[in-house]
Design a protein around this ligand. Structure first.
Ligand SMILES: [Zn+2]
Length: 196
């Protein structure tokens, strides 16, 4: 969900009240988050969705786990139904484990600001200056920012709503042209494995 600078009343990073945006770059008095009239902030439109999914998972997990237990107790001949439920329990446990981080970071955002991209995802909090960013690719449908310095690339995950990445790309180019007189190369190269 995109918020324009005019709609932005609180700092996405620290929550402090922000004076109205102008054409000039300003900073949050509390944390230094920079913004101006052409800044935009992306946030998940339905951040609470993960809580609902977790609640649903936790509601059915005990039943699945008891199936798993019975299946493991009688390893010699599980019925197909038991095998199915055991597999579902394992998949659900893995799903919950991988999303725990998302659950613990409700204030996720990606902002395009006069000084670059600021972001908080379940994994990272980062401020990337315009000249620190070398290129952007997509991992699946998630933007991945490569940096010039010998630092790991930044994956902007768990923030954008479906179909919003094109908007991010267009806004990024507009704003970087204005504030840094450059456009960060966006390569649609597919899978890059040097993230982790
Ligand atoms: Zn702030």
């Amino acid at each position: 969900m995109l918020t324009t600078a005019h709609q932005l009343q609180h700092c996405p990073e620290c929550g402090a009240a922000l004076p109205a945006a102008t054409e000039m770059a300003q900073r949050c008095a509390e944390c230094g988050f920079s913004y101006a009239a052409d800044s935009v902030v992306f946030r998940p439109a339905r951040p609470w969705r993960i809580y609902l999914l977790f609640a649903a998972a936790l509601a059915i997990l005990p039943g699945l786990l008891s199936f798993l237990e019975t299946t493991l107790a009688r390893l010699e001949r599980p019925t197909p139904l038991q095998t199915l439920f055991a597999a579902a329990a394992i998949i659900l446990l893995v799903w919950c484990g991988r999303r725990l981080r998302v659950l613990l970071e409700p204030n996720r955002y990606v902002a395009i600001t006069p000084s670059g991209v600021a972001a908080r995802t379940p994994r990272i909090t980062a401020r990337l200056g315009w000249h620190e960013m070398r290129e952007i690719t997509l991992r699946g449908s998630i933007p991945l920012i490569y940096r010039h310095a010998n630092e790991p690339p930044v994956l902007l995950e768990w923030v954008f709503d479906p179909g919003e990445v094109d908007l991010f790309r267009a806004e990024l180019q507009n704003v970087s042209r204005r504030w840094a007189q450059q456009v960060i190369p966006w390569r649609d190269a597919q899978f890059r494995s040097d993230l982790d």
